[in-house]
Design a protein around this ligand. Structure first.
Ligand code: F3S
Length: 281
Protein backbone atom coordinates (compact mmCIF):
# COMPACT_ATOMS: atom_id res chain seq x y z
CA UNK A 1 0.00 0.00 0.00
CA UNK A 2 1.33 3.47 -0.89
CA UNK A 3 2.13 5.39 2.30
CA UNK A 4 0.41 8.59 3.23
CA UNK A 5 2.67 11.68 2.97
CA UNK A 6 1.65 14.76 4.95
CA UNK A 7 3.33 18.16 5.27
CA UNK A 8 3.26 20.04 8.58
CA UNK A 9 0.64 22.81 8.50
CA UNK A 10 3.34 25.40 9.34
CA UNK A 11 6.62 24.65 7.60
CA UNK A 12 9.34 26.36 5.66
CA UNK A 13 10.50 29.87 5.02
CA UNK A 14 9.44 32.51 7.55
CA UNK A 15 8.62 36.18 7.17
CA UNK A 16 12.10 37.40 8.19
CA UNK A 17 13.96 35.10 5.80
CA UNK A 18 11.62 35.85 2.93
CA UNK A 19 12.17 39.57 3.53
CA UNK A 20 15.96 39.11 3.68
CA UNK A 21 15.97 37.06 0.47
CA UNK A 22 13.97 39.76 -1.33
CA UNK A 23 16.38 42.46 -0.10
CA UNK A 24 19.39 40.40 -1.26
CA UNK A 25 17.80 39.63 -4.61
CA UNK A 26 16.98 43.33 -5.00
CA UNK A 27 20.65 44.16 -4.36
CA UNK A 28 21.71 41.56 -6.95
CA UNK A 29 19.36 43.13 -9.49
CA UNK A 30 21.15 46.51 -9.24
CA UNK A 31 24.36 44.95 -10.58
CA UNK A 32 26.40 46.60 -7.78
CA UNK A 33 28.97 44.49 -5.92
CA UNK A 34 27.17 43.11 -2.88
CA UNK A 35 28.15 40.77 -0.06
CA UNK A 36 26.34 39.37 2.92
CA UNK A 37 28.18 39.38 6.24
CA UNK A 38 28.28 35.64 6.80
CA UNK A 39 25.83 33.36 4.99
CA UNK A 40 22.50 35.21 4.65
CA UNK A 41 20.64 32.27 6.16
CA UNK A 42 21.58 28.83 7.43
CA UNK A 43 20.83 27.12 4.15
CA UNK A 44 23.80 26.22 1.90
CA UNK A 45 21.62 25.79 -1.22
CA UNK A 46 20.12 29.27 -0.89
CA UNK A 47 23.56 30.78 -0.29
CA UNK A 48 24.84 29.09 -3.48
CA UNK A 49 21.85 30.37 -5.46
CA UNK A 50 22.54 33.93 -4.26
CA UNK A 51 26.22 33.61 -5.18
CA UNK A 52 25.18 32.64 -8.70
CA UNK A 53 23.23 35.93 -8.84
CA UNK A 54 26.23 37.99 -7.74
CA UNK A 55 25.73 38.21 -3.97
CA UNK A 56 28.93 36.96 -2.33
CA UNK A 57 29.64 36.16 1.32
CA UNK A 58 32.26 38.06 3.30
CA UNK A 59 33.50 37.40 6.81
CA UNK A 60 34.73 40.95 7.35
CA UNK A 61 33.35 44.26 6.02
CA UNK A 62 36.91 45.63 5.98
CA UNK A 63 37.52 43.43 2.93
CA UNK A 64 34.92 45.43 0.93
CA UNK A 65 35.80 48.59 -1.00
CA UNK A 66 33.93 51.86 -0.38
CA UNK A 67 30.78 51.98 -2.49
CA UNK A 68 30.17 48.24 -2.28
CA UNK A 69 27.02 46.95 -0.61
CA UNK A 70 27.03 45.10 2.71
CA UNK A 71 23.93 43.08 3.53
CA UNK A 72 23.22 42.38 7.21
CA UNK A 73 21.49 39.04 7.74
CA UNK A 74 18.34 38.23 9.70
CA UNK A 75 20.25 37.52 12.95
CA UNK A 76 21.44 41.13 13.11
CA UNK A 77 24.86 42.41 14.15
CA UNK A 78 26.36 44.62 16.81
CA UNK A 79 25.23 48.22 16.37
CA UNK A 80 28.83 49.44 16.17
CA UNK A 81 29.51 47.27 13.14
CA UNK A 82 26.88 49.00 10.99
CA UNK A 83 28.14 52.43 12.04
CA UNK A 84 31.74 51.46 11.19
CA UNK A 85 30.72 50.07 7.78
CA UNK A 86 28.82 53.23 6.89
CA UNK A 87 31.74 55.37 8.05
CA UNK A 88 33.94 53.44 5.57
CA UNK A 89 31.58 54.35 2.71
CA UNK A 90 29.80 51.00 2.37
CA UNK A 91 26.13 50.90 1.41
CA UNK A 92 24.38 48.94 4.14
CA UNK A 93 21.21 46.96 3.55
CA UNK A 94 19.97 45.89 6.98
CA UNK A 95 18.01 42.65 6.61
CA UNK A 96 17.83 42.09 10.38
CA UNK A 97 14.48 40.41 10.98
CA UNK A 98 12.06 42.88 12.58
CA UNK A 99 11.38 40.30 15.32
CA UNK A 100 15.11 40.09 16.10
CA UNK A 101 15.22 43.86 16.21
CA UNK A 102 12.51 43.71 18.89
CA UNK A 103 14.79 41.53 21.04
CA UNK A 104 17.60 44.06 20.62
CA UNK A 105 15.29 46.96 21.51
CA UNK A 106 13.90 45.15 24.56
CA UNK A 107 17.43 44.31 25.80
CA UNK A 108 18.52 47.93 25.34
CA UNK A 109 15.46 49.23 27.21
CA UNK A 110 15.95 46.83 30.12
CA UNK A 111 19.60 47.84 30.47
CA UNK A 112 18.68 51.54 30.28
CA UNK A 113 15.99 51.05 32.95
CA UNK A 114 18.50 49.51 35.36
CA UNK A 115 17.56 45.85 35.08
CA UNK A 116 20.12 43.08 35.29
CA UNK A 117 19.65 41.69 31.80
CA UNK A 118 19.43 37.96 31.18
CA UNK A 119 19.39 36.73 27.59
CA UNK A 120 18.14 33.18 27.18
CA UNK A 121 19.82 31.66 24.16
CA UNK A 122 22.90 30.04 22.66
CA UNK A 123 25.87 32.19 23.74
CA UNK A 124 27.75 31.77 20.46
CA UNK A 125 24.79 32.34 18.15
CA UNK A 126 25.13 35.53 16.05
CA UNK A 127 21.65 36.71 17.09
CA UNK A 128 22.57 36.43 20.77
CA UNK A 129 25.97 38.08 20.26
CA UNK A 130 24.22 41.03 18.58
CA UNK A 131 21.51 41.23 21.26
CA UNK A 132 24.18 41.22 23.94
CA UNK A 133 25.85 44.22 22.32
CA UNK A 134 22.59 46.12 22.84
CA UNK A 135 22.18 44.91 26.42
CA UNK A 136 25.46 46.23 27.78
CA UNK A 137 28.57 44.48 28.99
CA UNK A 138 26.96 43.22 32.22
CA UNK A 139 24.28 41.20 30.42
CA UNK A 140 24.29 37.49 31.17
CA UNK A 141 23.59 34.81 28.55
CA UNK A 142 22.17 31.52 29.75
CA UNK A 143 20.92 28.61 27.70
CA UNK A 144 18.89 27.07 30.55
CA UNK A 145 18.03 27.59 34.22
CA UNK A 146 21.00 25.34 35.08
CA UNK A 147 23.37 28.08 33.89
CA UNK A 148 22.25 30.42 36.68
CA UNK A 149 24.78 30.57 39.52
CA UNK A 150 23.47 28.83 42.66
CA UNK A 151 23.76 32.07 44.63
CA UNK A 152 22.19 34.28 41.96
CA UNK A 153 20.24 37.20 43.32
CA UNK A 154 19.36 40.66 42.03
CA UNK A 155 16.78 43.34 42.79
CA UNK A 156 15.55 43.97 39.23
CA UNK A 157 15.95 41.28 36.60
CA UNK A 158 14.94 41.67 32.95
CA UNK A 159 14.69 38.76 30.56
CA UNK A 160 14.72 38.56 26.77
CA UNK A 161 14.79 35.38 24.71
CA UNK A 162 16.55 34.40 21.50
CA UNK A 163 13.77 34.17 18.91
CA UNK A 164 14.27 30.46 18.28
CA UNK A 165 14.08 29.28 21.92
CA UNK A 166 11.18 27.22 23.25
CA UNK A 167 8.45 28.42 25.61
CA UNK A 168 9.35 25.53 27.95
CA UNK A 169 12.89 26.88 28.36
CA UNK A 170 11.57 30.38 29.07
CA UNK A 171 9.08 29.05 31.63
CA UNK A 172 11.77 27.03 33.43
CA UNK A 173 14.07 30.05 33.66
CA UNK A 174 11.25 32.28 34.96
CA UNK A 175 10.42 29.71 37.65
CA UNK A 176 14.09 29.61 38.70
CA UNK A 177 14.40 33.41 38.74
CA UNK A 178 11.26 34.29 40.69
CA UNK A 179 12.69 33.43 44.14
CA UNK A 180 15.95 35.28 43.33
CA UNK A 181 14.68 38.80 42.68
CA UNK A 182 12.19 41.44 43.81
CA UNK A 183 11.13 42.48 40.34
CA UNK A 184 11.11 40.34 37.23
CA UNK A 185 10.34 41.82 33.82
CA UNK A 186 10.05 39.36 30.95
CA UNK A 187 9.85 40.09 27.24
CA UNK A 188 8.68 36.96 25.50
CA UNK A 189 10.58 37.54 22.28
CA UNK A 190 10.20 34.00 20.98
CA UNK A 191 9.20 34.25 17.34
CA UNK A 192 5.72 33.05 16.47
CA UNK A 193 7.05 31.44 13.28
CA UNK A 194 9.30 29.24 15.35
CA UNK A 195 6.68 28.12 17.88
CA UNK A 196 4.10 27.46 15.15
CA UNK A 197 6.57 25.29 13.23
CA UNK A 198 7.51 23.49 16.43
CA UNK A 199 3.90 22.80 17.39
CA UNK A 200 2.98 21.65 13.87
CA UNK A 201 6.03 19.36 13.83
CA UNK A 202 5.13 17.88 17.23
CA UNK A 203 1.54 17.18 16.13
CA UNK A 204 2.54 15.61 12.84
CA UNK A 205 5.38 13.57 14.37
CA UNK A 206 3.00 12.12 16.99
CA UNK A 207 0.98 10.69 14.14
CA UNK A 208 3.80 9.65 11.79
CA UNK A 209 6.14 6.67 11.76
CA UNK A 210 8.85 8.50 9.83
CA UNK A 211 9.49 12.24 9.72
CA UNK A 212 11.72 14.03 7.22
CA UNK A 213 12.91 17.45 8.39
CA UNK A 214 14.27 19.66 5.61
CA UNK A 215 16.77 22.46 6.19
CA UNK A 216 20.43 23.33 6.65
CA UNK A 217 22.39 21.04 8.93
CA UNK A 218 23.81 24.29 10.33
CA UNK A 219 20.33 25.72 10.99
CA UNK A 220 19.50 25.87 14.70
CA UNK A 221 15.75 26.08 14.19
CA UNK A 222 15.73 23.10 11.78
CA UNK A 223 17.83 21.02 14.16
CA UNK A 224 15.37 21.83 16.93
CA UNK A 225 12.45 20.65 14.75
CA UNK A 226 14.27 17.35 14.27
CA UNK A 227 14.74 17.05 18.06
CA UNK A 228 11.05 17.74 18.72
CA UNK A 229 10.11 15.18 16.12
CA UNK A 230 12.35 12.52 17.73
CA UNK A 231 10.94 13.32 21.17
CA UNK A 232 7.44 12.82 19.74
CA UNK A 233 8.44 9.29 18.82
CA UNK A 234 8.92 9.39 15.04
CA UNK A 235 11.98 8.01 13.25
CA UNK A 236 13.43 11.32 12.13
CA UNK A 237 15.81 12.21 9.31
CA UNK A 238 17.21 15.74 8.96
CA UNK A 239 18.23 16.39 5.35
CA UNK A 240 19.18 19.38 3.19
CA UNK A 241 18.57 17.98 -0.29
CA UNK A 242 16.30 15.42 -2.00
CA UNK A 243 19.30 13.29 -3.03
CA UNK A 244 19.98 12.51 0.66
CA UNK A 245 16.72 10.55 0.86
CA UNK A 246 17.01 6.77 1.06
CA UNK A 247 14.15 4.50 -0.07
CA UNK A 248 14.98 2.07 2.78
CA UNK A 249 13.78 4.68 5.32
CA UNK A 250 10.23 4.20 4.07
CA UNK A 251 10.12 0.37 3.84
CA UNK A 252 6.89 -0.88 5.41
CA UNK A 253 6.00 2.64 6.61
CA UNK A 254 2.38 3.79 6.36
CA UNK A 255 2.56 7.39 7.57
CA UNK A 256 5.31 9.82 6.52
CA UNK A 257 5.49 13.39 7.76
CA UNK A 258 7.53 16.20 6.24
CA UNK A 259 8.44 19.53 7.76
CA UNK A 260 11.01 22.24 7.10
CA UNK A 261 12.90 24.88 9.05
CA UNK A 262 12.26 28.59 8.79
CA UNK A 263 15.17 29.00 6.37
CA UNK A 264 13.92 26.46 3.84
CA UNK A 265 12.28 27.94 0.72
CA UNK A 266 8.99 26.40 -0.43
CA UNK A 267 10.57 25.00 -3.61
CA UNK A 268 13.15 23.03 -1.59
CA UNK A 269 10.38 21.50 0.53
CA UNK A 270 8.35 20.69 -2.59
CA UNK A 271 11.38 19.00 -4.21
CA UNK A 272 11.83 16.74 -1.18
CA UNK A 273 8.14 15.78 -1.14
CA UNK A 274 8.27 15.02 -4.86
CA UNK A 275 11.32 12.78 -4.36
CA UNK A 276 9.66 10.89 -1.46
CA UNK A 277 6.61 10.32 -3.70
CA UNK A 278 8.91 8.81 -6.36
CA UNK A 279 10.69 6.59 -3.83
CA UNK A 280 7.51 5.13 -2.33
CA UNK A 281 5.53 4.81 -5.58
FE1 F3S B 1 12.47 36.38 12.01
FE2 F3S B 1 11.20 34.52 13.23
FE3 F3S B 1 12.14 34.10 10.89
S1 F3S B 1 12.69 35.87 14.11
S2 F3S B 1 13.96 35.34 10.76
S3 F3S B 1 10.51 35.53 11.38
S4 F3S B 1 12.09 32.62 12.53
Amino acid sequence: MTPQIRIARDAGVCYGVERALKLAQGAAATGQKASTLGPLIHNPQVVAELAARGVAVTDDPVKLAPGETLIIRTHGVEAALIEAAQARGLQVIDATCPYVRKVQQAARKLAADGYEVIIIGEPDHPEVIAVRSHAGSDARVISSADDLPADFSARKVGVVVQTTQTLETLQTVIRALLPCCQELRVYNTICDATSKRQEATRELAHDSEVMVVVGGHNSGNTTRLAQISREAGAHTYHIERPDELDAAWFDGVGRIGVTAGASTPAEHLAAVVARIEELVA
